[in-house]
Design a protein around this ligand. Structure first.
Ligand code: NAD
Length: 488
C-alpha cells in the first residue's frame, strides 16, 4: 500500500479558524521508526486552551447547535465526505507519526473510524430526544411526564497516541452528534492526527465556528485545564489509569461528568479442549502495533496439562513474526511511539527477568534506528509478578499456567483492570459459561470480534468509567430531564 506524501495541517482549530499558537511556538513531530523529524505543529498554550474553552462555552450557550439535530446530521455527513477525501493523508499521518503498521490502518486506525462518522450522523438525526412517559397519579390527580435528553454542554476531550485518529474522531463526532460543543487536546506524540481533522472541519463542513476546538500542545498539563475549568461540563478521557485518576480528582471540584477509558491487562483463557494448533500461534497477535492497544490480551492462561505443547506453538509463532518498518505491509508490528515508551517497555522486560519469569523469545531491542522492541515471549509467569499485573503497553506476552477452569477464572479476574479478554475452547457452551464469569467490558469467545461503532466499549474496575460508542456511548453525552404537567 503506497502512502501519499505528507501534507498535514499543523495549526490548531479555535473558533472556526486554523491558528498558530498565541506565542508563535511550535514543537517537533518525530517519526518513531526512523527517529527523523517529520515537521512541526503549533504548540498550544494555556491561554490558547482557555480561549478554546471560552469559545466552546459561548457557542453552546448562544447558538442553536444543541437544538437542531437535522443540521447536525447534515454537518456530520459533510464531515464524513470530507474525511473520505482526506483518507490517504490520514493514513500517511498515522503510519509516520504513530508508527502504526500500514496493514492495520483499514481496521482500527483509519477506514473503519471514518465509517463510524456516518453512524453518528444517523444517530444525531434519528435519536428520540424526547418522549412521553406513562401517566401517573399524584395525590389522586393524574400527571403527565415528558422524558427529555439534552446535550450535556461543553465536552473536554483528551486522547492518547496509540489509535489517535480513531479516538480523536470518535470523541469529536459523538460529542457534537449529541449537540455538545467540544475542545479536544490530542496526544503530543501524534498531534497531526488531531490537527488535520481540524482542517477538514474548517474547510469541508458547515460545522459552525466554536463547535469544535482542537488544541495540540507539547505540555501534558494543559489538558488539566479541561478537567478543572468550570465552563466544561464533561470530560471524555482515554489514556492511562494513572492520568485518569488525576482527571477524576480534578473534575470532582466542579462535579463534572467524567467518562474514562483507561488501561487493561486482559487475559485469554485457553481451555484444555481448544484446538491448540489453531489457537496458540495467535498469541503472537499480542505484538500487533507494538502491543500498544488497551484491549490486547497480554496474559495467556494455559492449562498445566498441555502447557509444553502450548508454549512450543507460541514460540514458533513469535520466532517467525514479521516486525519492523510500518510502511511495509508484511509487518504487523512497528515501533513503540517514543524513546520514552521504548525504555518503559524494556524496563518491564528486565523486571520480568529479575523476578524469575523465563524469557523464551526476544527481550531486547534490535540494532539500528527507531524505537523498536523485539517481540517478547515470557513463560512460567507467576500471576503475582510485576509483568503479570501491570500494563506494559509493549510487544510482551506473559504465559501463565493454570490447574483447572476455576483456577483460570480466578487468575483472569485477579487484576485491578477489567477491560477485555478472550476464551478459546472446543465446546462453545463451556467457553461461554466461563466468559460470563470474567469481569471485563468486552470478551471474545473463540476469536469472535466485538469491535464495532454500535458496541458499547469500556471497562470494569480501574479500566474506566462509562461506555464509548453505540447508543449507550451517545447517552453518556446527554443529560436527562423530566418535565411534569397536570394530567388532562
Ligand atoms: P497518558 O495517560 O499518559 O496520556 C493520555 C493523554 O492525557 C495525553 O493527551 C496526555 O497529554 C494527557 N495528559 C497527561 N497528563 C494529564 C493531566 N494531568 N491532565 C489532563 N491530561 C493529561 O496515556 P498515553 O501514554 O498517552 O496512552 C497509553 C494509555 O492509554 C494506556 O494506559 C492505554 O491502556 C490507554 N488507552 C486506553 C484505551 C481505552 O479505550 N481503554 C484506548 C487507548 C489507550
Amino acid at each position: 500500500m503506497a502512502l501519499v506524501e505528507l501534507a498535514p495541517e499543523n495549526r490548531n482549530l479555535i473558533d472556526g479558524e486554523l491558528v498558530d499558537a498565541s506565542n508563535g511556538n511550535t514543537f517537533l513531530n518525530v517519526n518513531p521508526s526512523t527517529e527523523e523529524v517529520l515537521g512541526t505543529v503549533a504548540d498550544g498554550t494555556k491561554d490558547d486552551i482557555e480561549r478554546a474553552v471560552g469559545v466552546a462555552r459561548r457557542t453552546f450557550d448562544e447558538s442553536n447547535w444543541a437544538d437542531d439535530p437535522a443540521f447536525r446530521q447534515k454537518c456530520l455527513r459533510q464531515l464524513y465526505e470530507g474525511l473520505l477525501e482526506e483518507k490517504e493523508q490520514f493514513r500517511a499521518i498515522v503510519v509516520h507519526e504513530a508508527g502504526a503498521p500500514v496493514s492495520t490502518t483499514p481496521f482500527m486506525q483509519i477506514d473503519e473510524p471514518i465509517e463510524m462518522v456516518a453512524y453518528w450522523a444517523d444517530l444525531a438525526g434519528n435519536y428520540e430526544y424526547e418522549r412521553p412517559m406513562s401517566d401517573v397519579p399524584f395525590l389522586g390527580r393524574p400527571q403527565r411526564r415528558i422524558l427529555r435528553r439534552e446535550p450535556v454542554g461543553v465536552v473536554g476531550a483528551i486522547t492518547p497516541w496509540n489509535v489517535p485518529f480513531y479516538l480523536n474522531l470518535t470523541k469529536i463526532a459523538s460529542s457534537i452528534a449529541a449537540g455538545n460543543t467540544c475542545v479536544l487536546k490530542p496526544a503530543p506524540d501524534t498531534p497531526w492526527s488531531g490537527t488535520h481533522i481540524g482542517k477538514v472541519i474548517a474547510e469541508k463542513t458547515d460545522i459552525p465556528p466554536g463547535v469544535v476546538q482542537i488544541v495540540a500542545s507539547s505540555d501534558h498539563t494543559i489538558g488539566e485545564i479541561l478537567s478543572t475549568d468550570p465552563r466544561i461540563d464533561a470530560v471524555s478521557f482515554t489514556g492511562s489509569t494513572q492520568t485518569g485518576r488525576r482527571i477524576m480528582a480534578c473534575a470532582a471540584e466542579t462535579v463534572k461528568k467524567v467518562f474514562l477509558e483507561l488501561g487493561g491487562k486482559s487475559a485469554t483463557i485457553v481451555l484444555d479442549d481448544a484446538d491448540f494448533g489453531k489457537v496458540c500461534p495467535g498469541a503472537v497477535m499480542t505484538c500487533i502495533h507494538g502491543g500498544q492497544g488497551c484491549a490486547i490480551t497480554t496474559r495467556w492462561l494455559v492449562p498445566r496439562a498441555r502447557y509444553d505443547e502450548a508454549i512450543t506453538l507460541m514460540k514458533a509463532a513469535f520466532e517467525s513474526w514479521n516486525y519492523g518498518d510500518p510502511t511495509n505491509p508484511a509487518n504487523l508490528q512497528g515501533p513503540q511511539v517514543s524513546r520514552l515508551q521504548q525504555e518503559r517497555v524494556l524496563s518491564y522486560i528486565e523486571k520480568g527477568k529479575a523476578e524469575g519469569a523465563r524469557c523464551l523469545v526476544g527481550g531486547g531491542k534490535p540494532e539500528g534506528k527507531g524505537f523498536f522492541v523485539e517481540p517478547t515471549l515470557f513463560v512460567d509467569v507467576d500471576p503475582q509478578m510485576t509483568i503479570a499485573r501491570e500494563e506494559i503497553f509493549g510487544p510482551v506476552l506473559c504465559v501463565i499456567p493454570y490447574q483447572h477452569d476455576a483456577d483460570a477464572i480466578r487468575i483472569a479476574n485477579d487484576s485491578k483492570y477489567g477491560l477485555s479478554g478472550g476464551v478459546q475452547g472446543g465446546d462453545e457452551a463451556r467457553a461461554l459459561r466461563i466468559a460470563r464469569q470474567i469481569r471485563t467490558g468486552t470478551l471474545a469467545v473463540n476469536g469472535g470480534q466485538w469491535f464495532h461503532v454500535d458496541t458499547p466499549f469500556g471497562g470494569y474496575k480501574q479500566s474506566g468509567v462509562g461506555r464509548e460508542n453505540g447508543v449507550m456511548g451517545f447517552e453518556e453525552l446527554l443529560e436527562t430531564k423530566v418535565i411534569a404537567l397536570p394530567g388532562k
